[in-house]
Design a protein around this ligand. Structure first.
Ligand code: SF4
Length: 447
């Protein structure tokens, strides 16, 4: 955060230390992928729903082309890639931008528009929609690389036993195929280590997000989205936990500071669905100008679905010792289990967390989650992002809007855009609509 932004909202934490650590980790991660490929470690391109720890435990390098595409959407090379796909390859403009990112990483002349190693195997699922399966299937044929395509049911409310079993069997079969490919069994100790790190990570992450329950909010949720890049893609190793501890301490030191300084916050809002990473600066300025705190977002709360078996409370300042204690506790719960038990539990845990993830579930679940968050964070207004890149996720947005207005009596700003394609974004139009949204919130609050 620069000096200008700090001045405009002094209630918000300065995240410069953890941001620097995150950037260094991302750099090491990208460089590391290439080095591992050079050392002949197999590379899997993986659909965004399937967690990385499964592959790391097998010595396979997981690469998420959708995430790389989304995070680099504003780069000129990615824009050129999308133009190229539409004009030269006649890929229809209305297919998902992330899928275009995956296909473009293979078809376009500049090789990968975002620099990722080529795959030895492709793994995806249709748990969110069929587009990504189609995209992976296309590149599998084009490159002659094997594809594992998991078939997952849609979940409207809760996953039942049959659904969990159906998904677990497929994950088990996937392990079998991969073990054959790499010539050895899955390393359960590795898997447990990752599991303990992931649970520790998500416990700490949950507390960071919930710091914004207090008024004024100590952190801009737009900044928090950047940290979600590492959940799936990166190894949840100790360095990542240290980076998160730095973020935790930055946020909670601001909570302490806010007790001594003036509260500048006028409105508290929630963002449903993905942010537009390339427009982060634009939205931050808009929020600061109107003294709006973006307090939370449904996408930030996805780790709530991981159903951690432990409720470990961290406290400010988080130390290495607290992190080690949380990890030990988690490992201790599994120490007497056999290889087969741990393997089975990890498969079931993965199947459940994949099935129950918010993105895969129906409109009723999404509305319930928004309702819960509106109450918990005392939200004055909700932004619904209708992402043209993701039609399945955008389809229920109009119903959700009606229910928020009618049942929660909270103003809503719904707008169309595209996380991947800037052609669908107009700053002036959004500014005008945002100002009308502010007026509705002001009226509601009696200002
Ligand atoms: S359309 Fe949406 S759910 Fe489907 S692949 Fe694209 S981003 Fe994912």
């Amino acid at each position: 955060m620069n000096q200008l932004q700090k001045k405009s909202n002094s209630n918000m934490a300065d995240l410069s230390r953890s941001t620097r650590m995150l950037n260094n980790l991302l750099l090491q991660h990208y460089n590391g992928m290439h080095k591992l490929k050079e050392k002949k470690q197999p590379v899997a391109w993986v659909g965004v729903d399937i967690p990385a720890y499964l592959f790391r435990a097998m010595g396979i390098v997981p690469v998420y082309p959708q995430i790389h595409a989304a995070f680099q959407a504003q780069r000129n090379s990615v824009k050129t890639m999308i133009d190229n796909l539409e004009s030269r390859w006649e890929i229809p403009h209305n297919i998902c931008g992330e899928v275009k990112g995956v296909i473009g990483a293979v078809l376009c002349e500049n090789g990968t528009a975002f620099d990722i190693p080529k795959p030895d195997i492709l793994i995806t699922s249709n748990s969110t929609c069929g587009q990504i399966s189609k995209g992976f299937s296309f590149i599998s044929k084009h490159m002659g690389v094997d594809l594992i395509d998991l078939d997952f049911p849609f979940i409207y409310n809760q996953a039942n036993e049959d659904m969990l079993q159906y998904a677990s069997i497929q994950i088990d079969e996937m392990f079998g195929i991969l073990e054959n490919k790499i010539g050895h069994k899955l390393d359960v100790n590795n898997l447990l280590e990752s599991y303990a790190n992931i649970q520790t990570f998500s416990e700490m992450w949950g507390e960071i997000c919930e710091a914004n329950i207090v008024t004024p909010a100590p952190v801009n949720a737009l900044d928090l989205y950047m940290y979600t890049s590492c959940f799936l893609t990166m190894d949840t190793e100790d360095k990542l936990l240290s980076m998160l501890a730095a973020l935790y301490n930055e946020v909670f030191s601001q909570v302490e500071r806010n007790k001594q300084i003036e509260n500048e916050e006028k409105y508290r809002i929630l963002w449903h669905y993905l942010p537009i990473y390339s427009k982060k600066r634009f939205f931050k300025q808009l929020f600061d100008e109107h003294k709006v705190s973006l307090v939370t977002g449904t996408y930030l709360a996805m780790h709530d679905e991981l159903n951690s078996p432990v409720n470990f409370d961290f406290h400010y300042p988080v130390t290495k010792e607290q992190i080690e204690n949380a990890k030990l506790w988690l490992k201790y719960t599994k120490q007497n289990e056999t290889y087969e038990q741990v393997r089975k539990e990890m498969i079931e845990y993965t199947a459940e967390s994949m099935l129950m993830s918010d993105v895969h579930r129906g409109g009723q679940h999404k509305f319930n989650q928004i309702k819960k968050m509106v109450e918990k964070y005392r939200i004055d207004g909700v932004i619904l992002h209708n992402d043209r890149s993701c039609r399945p996720q955008s389809l229920p947005q109009y119903d959700i809007r009606s229910r928020i207005l009618e049942e929660l009596k909270v103003p809503v700003l719904l707008f169309d855009s595209d996380t991947m394609d800037e052609r669908y974004f107009s700053e002036s139009q959004i500014t005008t609509r945002f100002e009308a949204f502010i007026e509705r919130m002001a009226l509601n609050k009696g200002f």
